[in-house]
Write a protein that binds this ligand. Structure first.
Ligand SMILES: Cc1cc2nc3c(=O)[nH]c(=O)nc-3n(C[C@H](O)[C@H](O)[C@H](O)COP(=O)(O)OP(=O)(O)OC[C@H]3O[C@@H](n4cnc5c(N)ncnc54)[C@H](O)[C@@H]3O)c2cc1C
Length: 438
């Protein structure tokens, strides 16, 4: 009998396993594909590895701005793909090391029985029993029902990461985070890219000032963005949209992901519209059965999955803890980077009412380091406070927003005012210093 059985070896699953082992629990973890889940094998890590190579290439072609003559710059995509595989292998090995001590079972598992708080799981014809179950089965690409969607030139993000060539002419359906990152990757490497987005703006979940900024940057660099445009079908040459046909040798579908509940069917767990229903301790409706990560659909990000898993294990151990969603950062690794945490201006208006919040926006040019390193770029940092001066939202575009957003995450998490934040001494010159100007 195990103390904890985990379905899925992605960020939620492996975090739970590592934490449970530290508490001395006896753990079994099932993974049907690759340890590391989508994040390490087909998501966060491979995208960022390829993006980094493409960024070095593009920056090299623009090196003259910084007084560097780099003539005849070119790239080897095959070498970039090989490096991506090396990075994945290294990180997967690290995760396996972290969960050494757990029984790792390779295969797709399913819950076969649940009685008196004990779950029985079957995998490769073997039976396993556990006092606690964590469902960490993640999510899968959700494809729209479009005529021609199974055509050879249509790919999802997983297939796109494994393509042996860079498309000459790509159409990306969906201007969300994943679509924007692929647009950045391929356009950096010379592709002609068109993004087709049904909503009136790209990155619709981000603050409007940020999505407008990046939209203009992409357009200046030659990426075509078609908003309020619906794809009606896939054609032999590309896609047919509400605004006419767009040609492309590759069509990437980035229209979202849906929770993967494979293997949990017998439990008949109550669902929300987004995934498995859980409380703030990550408990499902069945005692001893928890869910964490993308399968809950609450915040489809690796760092949320990890935190949710930690909350679930703490609950199993009787340690007081709770999942909160007000200070979860979101990053888009385009160039310049975008990072955000907390409420957008629109949300502040809806939740607090017109006169109950303040907005201040500064260009990143307020930071000396930003000016030194980002020729021709303005950047933007927008801080939203409530009427007591407490920071409730921060939105940034400018490098390295992905790193410096951590300051705002902590400020929001701790309920700090801008005055309290300005009293913290940050190193100079750094881009993060911008936050002391609010
Ligand atoms: C292209 C792309 C880029 C992304 N970039 C980022 C990013 O930069 N930052 C970020 O925070 N997030 C990013 N994400 C999202 C991130 O990958 C997910 O939020 C994260 O992986 C969710 O972790 P998880 O543990 O819930 O599930 P997953 O990582 O999906 O892992 C679930 C695992 O469970 C296994 N499994 C499922 N059912 C069973 C079963 N019955 N038996 C055994 N095993 C099973 C699956 O094989 C899978 O390995 C990206 C996603 C994509 C697709």
């Amino acid at each position: 009998m195990y103390d904890l059985a985990i379905l899925g070896g992605g960020p939620a699953g492996y975090t739970a396993a590592a934490k449970a082992l530290k508490h001395g629990m006896n753990v079994v973890i099932f993974e049907g594909d690759n340890i590391g889940g989508v994040c390490l094998n087909a998501g966060c890590i491979p995208t960022k590895t390829l993006l980094y190579g493409s960024k070095i290439y593009r920056h090299s072609t623009e090196a003259a701005k910084y007084g560097v003559n780099a003539s005849d710059v070119n790239y080897d995509y095959n070498a970039m793909l090989k490096r991506k595989e090396r990075v994945i292998r290294r990180l997967v090995a690290g995760v396996k090391q972290q969960i050494k001590g757990a029984t790792m079972v390779s295969g797709t598992a399913r819950v076969a029985n649940y009685r008196e708080h004990i779950t029985t799981i079957v995998c490769n014809d073997e039976h396993y029993e556990a006092r606690n179950l964590l469902i960490a089965t993640g999510s899968v690409n959700a494809s729209p029902k479009l005529e021609g969607i199974t055509s050879e030139h249509v790919v999802d993000s997983t297939a796109a990461l494994n393509m042996s060539r860079v498309p000459k002419n790509a159409v990306i359906i969906g201007g969300g985070v994943i679509g924007m990152e692929f647009a950045q990757l391929w356009s950096n490497l010379g592709s002609k890219v068109t993004i087709v987005e049904a909503l009136p703006t790209i990155l619709a979940n981000f603050d409007e000032d940020i999505s407008n900024y990046i939209s203009q940057t992409f357009s200046k660099r030659g990426v075509k963005i078609m908003t309020s445009t619906r794809v009606e079908s896939i054609t032999g040459q590309g896609v047919m949209t509400s605004a006419g046909e767009i040609s492309g040798d590759t069509v990437l579908v980035c229209t979202g992901r849906r929770p993967n509940m494979t293997g949990t069917e017998i439990l008949n767990l109550p669902l929300t519209g987004k995934g498995i229903s859980v409380d703030s301790h990550m408990r499902t409706a069945l005692p001893g059965v928890y869910a964490a990560g993308d399968v809950t659909g609450l915040s489809m990000l690796a760092h949320s999955a990890e935190r949710q898993a930690a909350v679930a294990v703490n609950d199993m151990m009787g340690i007081e803890d709770e999942m909160r969603y007000n200070a979860i950062p979101a990053v888009v690794y385009c160039d310049p980077e975008i990072a955000a945490v907390g409420l957008t201006e629109r949300q502040a208006k809806e939740i607090l009412g017109e006169n109950n919040y303040n907005i201040e926006t500064l260009p990143m040019l307020f930071s000396g380091r930003f000016v030194a390193e980002n020729d021709g770029e303005q950047g933007l940092c927008k801080v939203i406070t409530d009427k007591h001066g407490i920071i409730i939202g921060t939105h940034m575009v400018g490098n390295p927003a992905s790193e410096i957003i951590a300051i705002a995450v902590m400020a929001i998490g701790q309920g700090m005012t801008t005055e309290q934040l300005s009293r913290i001494i940050l190193p100079h010159p750094t881009v993060g210093e911008i936050l002391k100007h609010f």
